[in-house]
Design a protein around this ligand. Structure first.
Ligand SMILES: [Zn+2]
Ligand SMILES: [Zn+2]
Length: 276
């Protein structure tokens, strides 16, 4: 038998919601990054100063093929190719990122993704737009898919929200052309070779030749070794894509010793830093 209970605050809940809404309008929160009181009423709980802080990456070295940036020449061979392109496994034609995955940019991405502040998609989308060269144009924008389990846990796919922002700015349609078919283990703490093993075959295109002849822009929040992006690019090319370009907010810096640091999962502060 169902017993209906009336909680004491069930009736005035609308009034309460209204009051809380009004209160937060008059007394906005503190900035979730610097904790200074927010002076402007905004749906984004981060102050304009903190939103302006992340700097575009300044790298002196780029892979000659995928344009992945590096702070020194160590990961590049004599032809100027990065390890992925050297082994012919990158699969994507170019990879653009706004900044390095550190400092203010990393904090904003954490707040967006793990703090679930979805309204950050808009200001973060601005960084993506800045990272994309003006001469590039695409037929479709594909958000990096999340496995349904992870999407369910988080409640949204951060890449989806970012893709929508870029779509709005470039007037290019978003296509959910890929599916994540395997729940891949978390990437943090794995060696590069293990990472590739972990994600290879993790993607399936929805429909054969669904992207025939198209130039595709894949959007994601963070690029680490590029092995997830490479697996994704391969699946898109199998679906007929002519060109696959990756656009991310941030990429990890592959300096000397970075691979060693990767094995220590504490390097990322926690093991939450996965492939997605
Ligand atoms: Zn702030
Ligand atoms: Zn490369």
């Amino acid at each position: 038998m169902l017993i209906k209970t009336v909680s004491p605050d069930a009736t005035p809940s609308l009034v309460r919601k209204f009051c809380i809404g009004l209160f937060s309008l008059i007394f906005p929160d503190d900035c979730r990054i610097c904790e200074q009181p927010l002076r402007q009423v905004s749906r984004v709980p981060v102050c304009p100063a903190c939103l302006a802080k992340p700097e575009p990456l300044t790298a002196e070295y780029f892979c000659a093929q995928c344009r992945a940036p590096f702070r020194n020449a160590f990961p590049l061979d004599e032809q100027g190719l990065c390890a992925l392109c050297r082994r012919g496994v990158s699969g994507f034609d170019a990879a653009y990122s706004y900044g390095f995955y550190e400092g203010d940019l990393r904090e904003l991405i954490h707040l967006f993704k793990y703090g679930r502040v979805q309204t950050l998609a808009k200001p973060l989308g601005r960084f993506l737009a800045l990272a994309l060269p003006r001469e590039e144009s695409f037929d479709a924008i594909v958000p990096m898919p999340l496995h349904w389990r992870k999407r369910w846990q988080r409640g949204f796919n951060q890449a989806d929200l970012l893709a929508r922002e870029i779509s709005r700015r470039t007037h290019t349609p978003v296509r959910h052309a890929l599916r994540r078919v395997r729940f891949t283990a978390t990437q943090a703490g794995l060696t590069n070779a293990k990472r590739r093993q972990n994600v290879s075959g993790a993607f399936r295109a929805k429909g054969e030749q669904a992207l025939r002849g198209q130039r595709v822009l894949v959007v994601d929040d963070v690029m680490t070794t590029g092995s997830t992006a490479a697996a994704c690019a391969r699946a898109l090319k199998m679906a007929g894509a002519r060109q696959v370009v990756l656009l991310t907010l941030a990429r990890t810096d592959r300096r000397i010793g970075f691979d060693l640091q990767l094995r220590d999962s504490n390097y990322f502060g926690s093991t939450e830093h996965a492939q997605s």
